[in-house]
Write a protein that binds this ligand. Structure first.
Ligand SMILES: C[S@@+](CC[C@H](N)C(=O)[O-])C[C@H]1O[C@@H](n2cnc3c(N)ncnc32)[C@H](O)[C@@H]1O
Length: 291
């Protein structure tokens, strides 16, 4: 487990090398003016997309022939095209094998839930960020684009599968036999509730560790020799890798985020800790962590 305080454009070729990553799960800055510590998230669109293209080139070189690249990007009410523009940039290098919708909150009416035995009433669950607008709905979804080199990567769908509601399907469908079916491409994953943002989640744009964990399982954990995150932030992808016992390399230009990532990683690693990890390595021009 290594977290590098380094620009991923330099770090990917240097630390991972050609074809060294079996799975990449990441979320880049979205260029929406978010107040990151070291990164300027307000750049002209063309410049930002050209940079995303360079990141895509670096990941393309680092990704193994049968690797998976899961790219999480979200839009905003006033800029719904952003994730699709990013995906178009990636389209020049990769095949878009799956589009997953990360659902942060959802409302389900009991009357529409069919014969579901446990649901006794309507539910509205998950993260709710009100938008004071008469035009826009609140944003409850982000994309996770699943890119591969040729669109032919076998996935372990049942590793992230769900039980059948109607048990007669267990025998009916060939994928049955076990009581498990493909979950599909809508993933409800809320954020953990926190008390104080500044101490509990000191970063403006994270995903929950359950998101990368599900991506790793879907790719197939037995085929992952190295998981990589070029934009590791507070280390959700590293925590997920630790939970599954996967070797991991991550990069971020902000040592303060990496300090939190390292602490979370320590907490996630099984005891006794392996002698090698986690380790935060730092390039000389990046300032040291705050004391
Ligand atoms: C959307 S956040 C990632 C958050 C992460 N998924 C998490 O759950 O904590 C993007 C991160 O990219 C970092 N970053 C920006 N430019 C970078 C670069 N060139 N190389 C590495 N990291 C960079 C930012 O500091 C920021 O922490």
């Amino acid at each position: 487990m290594v977290l590098w305080a380094e620009d991923c454009l330099e770090g990917l070729p240097r630390r991972v090398g050609a074809g060294g990553a079996d799975v990449v799960v990441t979320s880049p800055p979205y260029n929406r003016g978010v107040a990151y510590g070291r990164y300027d998230d307000r750049r002209p669109r063309e410049e930002y997309l050209a940079w995303i293209g360079r990141v895509a080139d670096a990941v393309h070189a680092a990704l193994a022939p049968h690797g998976s690249f899961f790219l999480n990007v979200g839009g905003s009410p006033t800029d719904p095209w952003l994730p699709l523009d990013v995906a178009q940039e990636l389209r020049r290098r990769f095949v878009l094998q799956n589009v997953i919708h990360w659902v942060k909150s959802i409302a389900i009416e009991r009357a529409l839930a069919g014969a579901t035995p446990h649901l006794t009433g309507d539910i509205a669950v998950g993260h709710y960020k009100p938008v004071p607008s008469r035009r826009f709905l609140h944003g409850a979804q982000e994309y996770v684009f699943h890119f591969t080199h040729r669109g032919d990567v076998s996935l372990d769908r049942l590793a992230v599968g769900v039980p059948y509601q109607d048990k007669s399907n267990v025998a009916r469908w060939r994928s049955g036999g076990a009581d498990r079916r493909c979950r599909g491409n809508t993933w409800f994953l809320p954020y953990a509730t926190i008390r104080r943002r500044v101490t509990d989640r000191p970063h403006p744009a994270t995903f929950p560790p359950e998101l990368p964990e599900r991506c790793y399982r879907l790719h197939g954990t037995d085929r992952i020799r190295l998981a990589v995150d070029p934009f590791v932030g507070l280390g959700a992808s590293a925590v997920a890798a630790a939970r599954l016992g996967l070797p991991f390399v991550g990069f971020d230009v902000d040592v303060h985020y990496l300090a939190t990532a390292s602490r979370r990683l320590h907490e996630a690693l099984p005891s006794p800790r392996p002698p090698t990890g986690p380790r935060v390595s730092r390039k000389s021009q990046v300032p040291g962590p705050r004391r």
